[in-house]
Design a protein around this ligand. Sequence first.
Ligand code: NDP
Length: 311
Amino acid sequence: MTVNVLFAARAEKWEDYEDPLNAALEAAGIEADLRTEFSPEVVDYIVYAPNSDVQDFTPYTRCKAVLNLWAGVENVVGNDTLTQPLCRMVDDEGLTQGMVEWVVGHTLRMHLGMDLHIHGQDGKWRSYSPPVAQERPVTILGLGALGRACGQALAGLGFPVTGWSRTQKQIDGIRCLSGDAGLAEALQGAQIVVLLLPHTPETENILNGETLAMLPRGAMILNPGRGTLIDDSALLAALEEGHIGHAVLDTFRKEPLPVMHPYWAHEKVTVTPHIASTTRPDTAARVIAENIRRGEAGEPFLHVVDRDAGY
Ligand code: NDP
């Protein structure tokens, strides 16, 4: 029987996804009708981006699952009209690999003090030997699909990696902590902190005046997680005061980051425009097709969001 799949995302995404999704559905052995419009009551699955026109799921009475194109679900998880399972994007080959490269790249940049030489070609022979990775403790807040992969990549380069999550984890090569005491311990020795938490009421402003003060002087911050994880005023104050050495920020409370925002011109801030990692159509299409295959076979869906926890 033909499965009706609604693609509910911005029009420009349809160009990127139409062919990969059709190819992946066919490869998964699913006879599907993939479209950007259907009568809601005949839709079996919704491939979804939260900025699409679909905000009321009530008319989608036959829909078996909503398959989010993105890893973050903060803009849909609280939608009370959504009663179907919500699955988020976890894509090892594309999304995770992209994030590992962004995090490792910026960690090495901070660790090696590359900016000193890139911006310092002024005829002065500066002698500066960075420590080796083994002497540069890195903490990752969030040990999910992305945090774990980034942590293991950094550990593989020799960095002592500590990770912190809501529930206690055991991961090879990473010292795993959890809970409030764990957060303090994770921050106290960290020279580089990577934020890979989702946005939930519990994680909002997790880096604030109090927690920033737990970091050693000169610590550096990478935030590819979500802008809401950081209290911006507290970070700016800590940068001004010299307590924080540098912040590499990929995510912001308001995106695009407003032109007059102090982060843009700050010499101790690097702004990247939410490009740390993106969902790649070819690999993401395979993840979505696999979930539709599971739904049709009566198997449990992958990457189901815990609506109570918010991620
Ligand atoms: P996961 O849901 O797999 O992992 C989230 C992690 O955060 C888990 O380890 C979870 O703990 C932990 N966590 C959640 N709430 C808390 C809390 N209150 N206290 C402590 N730990 C908590 O997410 P991903 O790894 O796939 O992605 C992480 C985030 O990265 C996404 O939510 C998104 O915001 C961001 N992202 C950014 C991109 C970019 O381009 N900038 C691209 C893709 C994602 P536990 O393991 O115990 O559940």
